[in-house]
Design a protein around this ligand. Structure first.
Ligand code: NAD
Length: 503
């Protein structure tokens, strides 16, 4: 059995290079050394992992020029060849799975039990879109009386991909794989709090034979490198995953160049448990969907709406489970909750403990930092006696913190669920088939899971309503974003063309 000390020894080997040499950019197939750098620290104990290039507008311009030059050749590369390269990337991701998992865990604080699947998920993203590369350009035939209309889909051009820190490798592949399969070239700007695995991905791309300039990486800060990317006139579209407020900023920054945007933003997702549900399975899902991935998960079920008739018993069981969640070092295979990403984020999450007290909610479990483990380990926390109007029920906390709110009946459950700014996901637990479909219809959420936790299905649309986003990923939805639909209208030669200038 693998132990924490095994993992620590292996992680040390994989992390050494980042301590030895500052992480640069990767532009046009080459590493570009850092002119200026920023520090990258592990959330485990805030110790230094290394220094990372602090990209400037000039670096973004350099990367964008490479992506622009590489675009036409990549677009015109036969789809079967693109497919082969992307499958080779998936192979190499799988070969480096252990390294990706250990580096990601140390960079993000996410427990290894989840990060051990990061590579498999990333590889699956590449295989899924690789297999669809040949059909990405397919269109419709739309015959009319005197014309045949048909549509073509063509890659939009160089695109910018901006990703957050919570599960960086998986999210980067989720965005980059369809862009490359569609025939776009990419400039990627990863999050400054967890930049390491983005470099592993560009190394893998180069080794797999992806031509120089097709996938470029610029490290740096959001307000600097990120902003420059969103403002660059040669970048045709921005695929962004992150906070809602950043999405608004990016929309404003991209306005003057009429940037197409795709936003996967925050959530305050309800899990709604009715008294006729399978309560044992519901409890498992409630606990998993908020306390896995440190609660730093856009689809986390951070509001539990529970029917009053079962409220007390359900919450009593919940308390027992949350008290037993194992918090610890992210590389310990037994750990269920690890440290939060950064002291800044820890302070934000801990601020909500004060908010809960001020608002009159009860901190039934947790509410403090597990200091013995390190500065960023926030104990799994449960707020009870809450109302939906409280800030702890309205705002995205993005930590291992669940707010419980009771409801009377279906109508109240829908009203409470929808009374937030966000609309990403909803989870419904009921034994009544009719009610499950009514709830699915009435919830303001881009995705609804019935009697289930969040289970990935790559062809299905992924995305949110309201402040949770614009657009959908997954299957053909991803290609629609990275491609332009063109209509071609061909006359059959039988229609009358108006004649001007004839007497
Ligand atoms: P963030 O918005 O702070 O940062 C995300 C990225 O945007 C980073 O790379 C950052 O450098 C960059 N950025 C920041 N300001 C920018 C600017 N002005 N211009 C261009 N780029 C800029 O988000 P975060 O704190 O890294 O991630 C957590 C958030 O991500 C949460 O709100 C979470 O819900 C959301 N998220 C959503 C999904 C989804 O699919 N809906 C998935 C994962 C995370």
């Amino acid at each position: 059995m693998v132990t924490l000390s095994d993992n620590l020894a292996r992680a040390k080997r994989h992390l050494k290079r980042f301590a030895d040499t500052p992480l640069g950019h990767f532009i046009n197939g080459e590493t570009v050394p850092a002119a200026e750098t920023f520090e990258n620290r592990t959330p485990v104990d805030n110790s230094l992992l290394g220094h990372v290039a602090r990209g400037t507008p000039a670096d973004v311009d350099h990367a964008t020029a490479a992506a622009r030059d590489a675009f036409a050749p990549w677009r015109d590369t036969p789809a079967t060849k693109r497919k082969g390269i992307l499958h080779r990337m998936a192979d190499l991701i799988e070969q480096r799975a252990e390294e990706i998992a250990l580096v990601e865990s140390m960079d993000t604080g996410q427990p290894i039990r989840y990060m051990s699947k990061a590579a498999a998920r990333g590889a699956a993203n590449f295989r899924f879109f690789a297999d669809r590369a040949s059909e990405a350009g397919d269109g419709l035939a739309l015959p009319a009386d005197h014309h045949v209309n048909y549509t073509l889909r063509q890659p939009i051009g160089p695109v910018g991909v901006i990703t957050p820190w919570n599960t960086p490798f998986m999210l980067a592949t989720w965005k980059i794989a369809p862009a490359l399969a569609a025939g776009c070239t990419v400039v990627h700007k990863p999050a400054e709090f967890s930049p390491l695995t983005a470099t592993l991905l560009v190394e893998i791309a180069a080794e797999a034979g992806l031509p120089p300039g097709v996938l470029n990486l610029v490290n740096g800060l959001g307000e600097e490198a990120g902003r420059a990317l969103t403002e660059h006139p040669a970048i045709r579209a921005i695929a962004f995953v992150g906070e809602s407020i950043t999405g608004s900023r990016i929309m404003a920054q991209g306005a003057s160049t009429l940037k197409r945007v795709h936003f996967e933003l925050g959530g305050k997702n309800p899990v709604i448990v009715f008294d006729d549900a399978d309560l044992e399975r519901a409890l498992d899902a409630v606990v998993f969907m908020i306390y896995s991935l440190n609660g730093e998960r856009c689809t986390s079920s951070s509001r539990l709406l529970v029917q009053k008739s079962i409220h007390d018993a359900f919450v009593a069981n919940l308390v027992r489970r949350v008290e037993k969640i194992r918090i610890g070092h992210p590389l310990d295979p037994a750990t269920e909750v690890g440290p939060l990403i950064h002291p800044v984020h820890r302070s934000k999450v801990m601020g909500y403990m004060d908010v809960a007290r001020e608002e009159g909610a009860t901190i039934a479990v947790g509410g403090s930092v597990a200091d013995a483990l390190g500065p960023n380990y926030v104990k799994p926390t449960l707020f009870t006696n809450a109302r939906n109007t409280m800030r702890i029920a309205q705002e995205e906390i993005f930590g291992p913190v669940l707010t419980v709110i009771p409801f009377d009946d279906e109508a109240e459950a829908v009203a409470l669920a929808n009374d937030v700014a966000y609309g990403l996901a909803g989870y419904v637990w009921t034994g009544d088939v009719g009610r499950s479909h009514r709830m699915a219809r009435d919830l303001e959420a881009g995705m609804v899971w019935i009697n289930s936790d969040n289970v990935r299905h790559l062809p299905s649309p992924f995305g949110g309503m309201k402040a949770s986003g614009i657009g959908r990923d997954g299957g053909d939805y991803s290609f629609d974003f990275y491609m332009e639909t063109k209509n071609v209208c061909v006359a059959l030669g039988s229609h009358r063309i108006p004649k001007l200038g004839v007497t």
